[in-house]
Structure formats: C-alpha cells, structure tokens
Design a protein around this ligand. Structure first.
Ligand SMILES: Nc1nc(=O)c2c([nH]1)NC[C@@H]1CN(c3ccc(C(=O)N[C@@H](CCC(=O)O)C(=O)O)cc3)C=[N+]21
Length: 284
C-alpha cells in the first residue's frame, strides 16, 4: 500500500492559524512579539530561507526585522549588535542565520545570544536543558519533526526510531526529543557499516544526512514513518531530499515530501518559539 504523504506545509498552516490567535491575545495585553534575524553575506539559499521566515512572521502577526550585513563585517561588530538586541525589550527572539563567513566564530555568536531570546535553541544552556528534558526553547527542525510524527497518530513510546546524521542542529537533538517521547533510538551516520541493516528495523526513520537519494526502498521497513530532512539543491535547480521519494512511498506508511515537508514546520516552530519567548519575557 502506498504511503500517506505528510504535507508539513498543511500542518504548518494549521499551527500558524493557532499562533495567529495567540498573537492577537498578546497584542490585547500590549505585547507585540518581535523577531530579529541577522543575515551576513549573500548566500542565495540563506536569503531564500530568510524570506520564508519573514513571510511566516507576517502570517501570524509577529513584528519581524531582518538586518542584512556584508560578509566583511567583523566578529566584534556582530557581537556588539547581538548585545544591543539582548538589551532591547521589543526584541523577544534573535536568530543569526548560519553558516557565517569563516572569520566569524559560530560558537562565539551562538553563546552571545541571551538564552531566553535564542529562538533557534542553539545556545549550550538551551541544548543542555533540552537534553535533561526541562522546559526550554527547543531547536526548530527537531521540534517540527516530532510534531509531524505525532500528527500521524503513530505512537512513539516503545517504538524503534533510527536517526541518520549526527549534526548539532538536527540529528543529535532529534534523538534526544525522541528519547524524551520514550522511543528506542539508534544513531547512524556516514561511518555506519551496513546502514540498511539498521534502517530496516526502524518504525520511525529520520533522515538528515544531506546526501541526495541516500535512502531507497531496500532501507525501509514496510509501514514505517519516514521523515526526510534533506534540503539538496541539485544541478537542475530542483530541491530534493535524502530519500528516493517515488521508491520509498511504495513501502513506507508515511513519508514527508521535499519541498513542503519538514521545511515549513521548521519555520513554524521558529514562530512558536518567538511567541513563547515574548510571553515569558513579558510575564510578571
Ligand atoms: N540560525 C539558523 N537557523 C535555521 O533554522 C537555519 C539556518 N540558520 N541556516 C539554514 C538552515 C536551513 N533552514 C531551512 C528552513 C526552512 C526551509 C524551507 O521552508 N524549505 C521549503 C522550500 C524552500 C525553497 O524552495 O527554497 C520547503 O522545504 O518546503 C528550508 C531550510 C533553516 N536553517
């Protein structure tokens, strides 16, 4: 039986409608959630994502501001900007688009953002809180993935989840969130021997390897939930995931498309974090 396609785009739309109501309530209390995005350099993909974030903010009523800076900006200048935003009460969320030019330390930048304004969930304090299972700002892509899985109605507790990729922004954090949901989690990566032997055991398969067409039908247990986190721009300009969509849809139970799957959920979780941050910073 063919997989049900998990249109993150549609689910994201539902969540954004809920967020728009929340923002309206906050505005009645005199609070306008605000997000500032800093974009350094002129990577076309980064500019495209940032436009998506601006559009998302508009949809739910978040005040958004994008600060565009030339790639020649110094680290000190960038850190200074972040410190100013940390002290600005109208800015509840700060996001510095990655990657940064090589002369700027990503570590220094991430650590400069006030943890309560870190809507990416990348600050070590927020990462630590997430790992322990405390209430904190969660990283957007992993959080969006768990939301997508929940909305399939598939139970996560006790199921075997296999994650491919161990990055700090997707693989590692999604493995923590899935453990928090009581899944049994296996981590695979570029050095894993016999990948298919592992992935065929997966009730839930999260693919975040960044390798187009890595996963075919032979990797997938019939009926599995397959989440494709890949965002690969191929020569033709087309955006493809890490999963051979047409093959895997014939065996999987659920499958996310690229585009229109995880990406829109990522942005939606950013909006959710911004609203949560605004609520927390203005609560008394
Ligand atoms: N500080 C920081 N935080 C990030 O969250 C962050 C980042 N840096 N750097 C780059 C990556 C990538 N990322 C995406 C977000 C949405 C889509 C998305 O919505 N994609 C659409 C398609 C967009 C298109 O067609 O180009 C989709 O999948 O349907 C993709 C990629 C966030 N990132």
């Amino acid at each position: 039986m063919a997989a049900t396609i998990l249109y993150g785009k549609d689910i994201a739309q539902d969540i954004r409608a809920e967020l728009a109501n929340e923002v309206e309530e906050l505005k009645k209390q005199g609070v306008v959630p605000g997000l500032t995005v800093i974009l350094v350099g002129d990577d076309p993909a980064s500019h495209s994502y940032v436009r998506g974030k601006e559009r998302g903010c508009q949809e739910v009523g978040i005040r958004s501001e994008v600060i565009r800076k030339d790639a020649s900006i110094s680290e000190a200048e960038l850190l200074d900007m972040i410190h100013q935003l940390n002290g600005n009460p109208n800015v509840h969320g700060i996001l510095v688009q990655l990657p940064l030019p090589p002369h700027i330390s990503e570590k220094a930048v991430i650590e400069a953002i006030a943890p309560e304004k870190d809507v990416d969930g990348f600050h070590p304090l927020n990462v630590g809180n997430m790992m322990i299972g405390y209430d904190t700002l969660l990283p957007c892509t992993p959080h969006g993935i768990v939301e997508l899985i929940k909305r399939t109605g598939t139970p996560i507790a006790g199921r075997h989840a296999v994650v491919i990729g161990r990055s700090n922004i997707v693989g590692k954090p999604v493995s923590f969130l899935l453990q928090q949901e009581n899944a049994t989690v296996t981590m695979c990566h570029s050095r894993t021997v016999d990948l298919a032997a592992h992935t065929r055991q997966a009730d839930i398969l999260v693919v975040a390897a960044g390798k187009p067409h890595l996963i075919g039908r032979e990797h997938v247990k019939p009926g599995a939930v397959v989440i494709d986190v890949g965002v690969n721009r191929i020569e033709t300009g087309k955006l493809v995931g890490d999963v051979k969509f047409d093959e895997v849809r014939e065996v999987a139970g659920f499958l996310t498309p690229v585009p229109g799957g995880v990406g829109p959920m990522t942005i939606t979780m950013l909006l959710k974090n911004t609203v949560a941050a605004a609520r927390k910073q203005t609560a008394r």
